[in-house]
Write a protein that binds this ligand. Sequence first.
Ligand SMILES: [Zn+2]
Length: 458
Amino acid sequence: MSGAQPHPRRALRADLLDFTGDPGMGAPSFGAVRHRADHWLLIEHGRIAAVQPGAQVPGSEWLCEDYRGQLLIPGLIDTHVHSVQLDVIASYGAELLDWLERFTFPAEARHADAVHAQGQAEAFADALLAHGTTSAVVFPSVHATSVNALFDAAQRRGMRLITGKVLMDRHAPEGLRDDVPQALAQCEALIARWHGTGRLAYAVTPRFAASSTPEQLAMAGALLQRHRSVYMQTHVAENRAEVAWIAELFPEARSYLDVYHRAGLLNERAVLAHGIWLDDADRALLADSGAQIAHSPSSNLFLGSGLFDWQAMSDAKAAVSLASDVGGGTSLSMLRTMADAYRVQALRGVRLSAFKALHTATLGAAQALHLDHEIGSLEPGRAADVTVWDWATGAVARGRDALARDLHERLFAWMMLGDERNLVTTLVAGRTQYKRRNDDSGASETADDANARRAAAA
Ligand SMILES: [Zn+2]
């Protein structure tokens, strides 16, 4: 069930947009933006081969596909999302710690069952692709079954996925707790099986400082020492009650972030979600270590966690990527995530340009993950992870699009008014992994359809 062999040479004609650098915070800066209206993107054996003007039609050895008037960008990168929380998306009336107890932990406990875990992993991978996300850093559950199911689902779709077993040996219900020796053995086995297999990478994944004993955090640090190319993902400073609890649990630490620093968890492959309640010393530590904050604005607004200080991170030269954080976030759409990031910054009196937002969800995230040689741009040699979008769907958005005076205005309206209904197709390593059924109907291929298509193609 590996999908049809794609045509070895595909050519897509569209408005190509990607970035050659960081547009920066503040007013829209066109310097780092590469916009090639009506161009061909040539894809050979799953990689981007070349770009050429629309008038220069490729020869008959190329399978040509015409998306004229539509927007083609690199596949989007979601740096923090929970595959096991689709069931609890949009759960009413709780802040972080209460939300974990009431909604999240019961949903995650069901992933001990391999059949449930597999079904959910398949649905999750298809859902990412149907939202234009081709690479993700993902939290599954504490169970090895959920990790295996997720890696397996990603591998069959050729996706660039980073995940690892959640570590949690305290302050979690029965059935969701591991212990240090068991967790260590499982991590070693999962790293041996999956890390570096195809496009997959392992992440050592302590849920957060409250749910791991100091001994388990030390074990996680030792794993990172032993396996230098694996990633680390966790949560930090999301919510004020959480921050106060961490201070009680780790009185010796200078700050919440310092708990991870002391355990040896901060390095250039560390992805920490949220980072709302940080101070300047924390941001300097992030910049020094190369660790990134996965800013999750939809989740932060939904759970009332707080307003992320992106400008201070930028001033400290600390890396920021963008994340949906579903199920705390209410949509897998990175367009909605970008729109929420704009709103969060607006509440802080800061303007986030569409260029900066889209850069962060493509090249910026790729660089923060040290994967920009593979993903995040339309540079020849990169994997052909690309998405094609309608600039606008529906009468209101179309009217707004028609009035846009420059590229930034147009892209900003796309980001604020668009969502997964704008997505036309998603290619992963040159293969079509999602295609919208009918223009403008909003209808899309379901997971069942996708499975049937894959089964037929295999
Ligand atoms: Zn999260």
